[in-house]
Design a protein around this ligand. Structure first.
Ligand code: ATP
Ligand code: MG
Length: 347
């Protein structure tokens, strides 16, 4: 058995393989992951099983995007020598943990989870909610605890899921009688949730309102041009509203020159600043942010075998880690085992 001498706090986070990653991922999570990968032992999970919970009719999309999301990770600066990138469906211990955890969470609690409630509404499931979708918070608890992670850098929409994970952790620890699993802390950036370019509450791969990290210069220009602003700000001379104005929300997230940004906001509120000028500023910032990411991605795309090798090695390492946790839980709960002497008939 290998002894883990790495004392760094463990990070587990990941993404559903439903499409290429976008600016919301960057602001909400990727930036933190790149910054923390040296001080933490980081695992990134390509969540293809979770992606299936609302994409069962399109497994090909889910499979295709495993490589796409991995390319995005590497393109934004995830260093595979520091971070372990792994594929969820290659980690059977996580599926087994999920099955166990489903007995430590109620249907009523799953239905009350605010993230799940929102997502069910956005997806228009009505009463036809796939059981896997309703139960994915248990699977996410398995992902996080499977790695014994204590830090989870996620977007604000994920906070209720981390809370539910910790409820499962407490119930299991109580049942087992000692702290087998650590509680996890969500690391949520101050920018909050990045809205879609259409003004909807969340930029999302599934909603067609995203700017992918791999967008071309023309796509970036076009997305900024179409961006939702203040519908009552018809002429440059009119006073405009900054709150809820997507262009300003994006500037808040990506413009590092805070002084100029505050001046622009004041001018916009007073009147005399047109949408075109503000959009031009945002476009410049986004073009500068995304150009090096796109270039690195293009270079990596030339050698997909190299990326697949990284994923294979990462998944093997993660398999060992998650299996060890499953063994702890099984023996903690005192489940049947052929190895245990108490299973022999009393003589
Ligand atoms: P899907 O539409 O398939 O659910 P998604 O765009 O919501 O895709 P996920 O894979 O569900 O992306 O989310 C991965 C991570 O990125 C999560 O931590 C989530 O909080 C974060 N994230 C996603 N979208 C945003 C956003 N618009 N703003 C901030 N963080 C986000
Ligand atoms: Mg999502």
């Amino acid at each position: 058995m290998s002894v883990d001498i790495d004392q760094r706090p463990i990070i587990l986070t990941g993404d559903r393989t439903t499409g290429p990653l976008h600016l919301g991922h960057y602001a909400g999570s990727l930036k933190n992951r790149v910054a923390l990968q040296h001080s933490h032992r980081q695992y990134l999970l390509l969540a293809d099983c979770q992606a299936l919970t609302d994409n069962a009719s399109d497994p090909a999309k889910v499979r295709r995007n495993v490589l796409e999301v991995a390319l995005d990770y590497l393109a934004v600066g995830i260093d595979p020598t520091e971070t372990t990138i792994c594929v969820q469906s290659g980690l059977p211990a996580l599926a087994e943990l999920t099955l166990l955890y489903l007995n430590f969470v109620t249907v009523a609690r799953l239905e009350r989870n605010p993230t799940i409630k929102d997502e069910i509404q956005v997806r228009g499931f009505g009463r036809d909610i796939p059981a896997g979708f309703l139960c994915y918070p248990a699977a996410q608890a398995a992902d996080i605890t499977g790695f014994k992670a204590t830090v989870v850098p996620v977007g604000e929409d994920q906070a209720p899921l981390i809370e539910q994970t910790n409820e499962v952790v407490r119930r299991l620890n109580r049942q087992i009688g000692r702290d087998v699993l650590p509680e996890a802390q969500a690391l949520i950036p101050s920018v909050g949730r990045l809205p879609g370019i259409d003004g909807r509450a969340k930029m999302s791969k599934s909603q067609g309102n995203a700017i992918p990290l791999s967008a071309t210069p023309d796509e970036i220009r076009d997305a900024v041009r179409r961006m939702y602003t203040d519908p009552n700000h018809l002429r440059a001379a009119d006073p405009g509203t900054v709150e809820g104005n997507v262009v300003f929300t994006y500037l808040d997230a990506f413009d590092e020159d805070r002084t100029t940004l505050e001046e622009l906001k004041a001018r916009y509120r007073r009147g005399g600043l047109g949408d075109v000028v503000v959009k031009r500023r945002l476009e410049e910032i986004l073009q500068a942010l995304l150009a090096p990411i796109r270039e690195r991605r293009a270079a990596l795309e030339k050698d997909p075998c190299h990326v697949l090798d990284l994923l294979r090695a990462g998944t093997m390492a993660a398999r060992e880690k998650t299996q060890a946790t499953l063994d702890d839980i099984r023996s903690g709960l005192g489940l049947f085992s052929f190895e245990q002497p108490e299973n022999r008939l009393a003589s």
